[in-house]
Design a protein around this ligand. Structure first.
Ligand code: GTP
Ligand code: MG
Length: 138
C-alpha cells in the first residue's frame, strides 16, 4: 500500500474542520496511520515549503502556515498519493470539483485547508520530516 503526507492547514484547524476533513479521507479509503497537531514556527514552515521559495506568495504562505496549529498526517491506501490529490481538489477552490475538500472548505487559493504530497519522492521526504518510523502505525 502507498503512503502520502497530508497537512490540515491553519484555516481549517481554526474552524474546527479536522473531523470533517478526516471523514473525507476515510470515505475515500485512505487510512490515517499517523497524526499529530503541531504549531510550526515561520522558519519551519519555510523549510517545509522551500521548493516555493522563489514564488511571489512564499512569505505569505509561510506566515499563514505558522499562524495557527496544523494537523500533520500520514495517509495509507491503494494509490494514496493520487487518491489524496483527488479528494483534496484543485489548489484554487474556485476550480475544485464539487465534493472535494477544497471545494467544500477552502477559503482562497492560499488558505486552501489541506496539503498533500505530489509524488512518491516528495511523499517520502515529507513523511520523514514530520514522523519517525515508530509513529507510522499501518
Ligand atoms: P500543496 O498541497 O499545499 O502543495 O498545494 P498544491 O500542490 O495544490 O499547490 P502548490 O504546490 O502549487 O502551492 C503550494 C501552496 O501554496 C498552495 O496549496 C497554497 O496554499 C499556496 N499558493 C499557491 N498559489 C498561491 C497563490 O497564488 N497565492 C497564495 N497566497 N498562495 C498560493
Ligand atoms: Mg504542492
Amino acid at each position: 500500500l502507498e503512503r502520502t503526507f497530508s497537512i490540515i492547514k491553519p484555516d481549517a484547524t481554526r474552524r474546527n474542520l479536522t473531523g470533517k476533513i478526516n471523514a473525507k479521507f476515510e470515505e475515500a479509503g485512505l487510512r490515517i496511520i499517523a497524526q499529530k497537531r503541531i504549531h510550526l514556527t515561520k522558519a519551519q514552515a519555510g523549510e517545509f515549503y522551500k521548493v516555493h521559495a522563489s514564488r511571489p506568495f512564499y512569505d505569505e504562505l509561510c506566515e499563514f502556515m505558522a499562524s495557527a496549529p496544523i494537523v500533520a498526517q500520514v495517509l495509507e491506501g491503494e494509490g494514496a498519493i493520487l487518491k489524496n490529490r483527488e479528494v483534496m481538489g484543485a489548489t484554487n477552490p474556485a476550480d475544485a470539483a464539487p465534493g472535494t475538500i477544497r471545494a467544500e472548505f477552502a477559503e482562497s487559493v492560499g488558505e486552501n485547508s489541506v496539503h498533500g504530497s505530489d509524488a512518491p519522492d516528495t511523499a517520502k521526504e515529507e513523511i520523514a520530516y514530520f514522523f519517525s518510523g515508530l509513529e507510522l502505525v499501518g
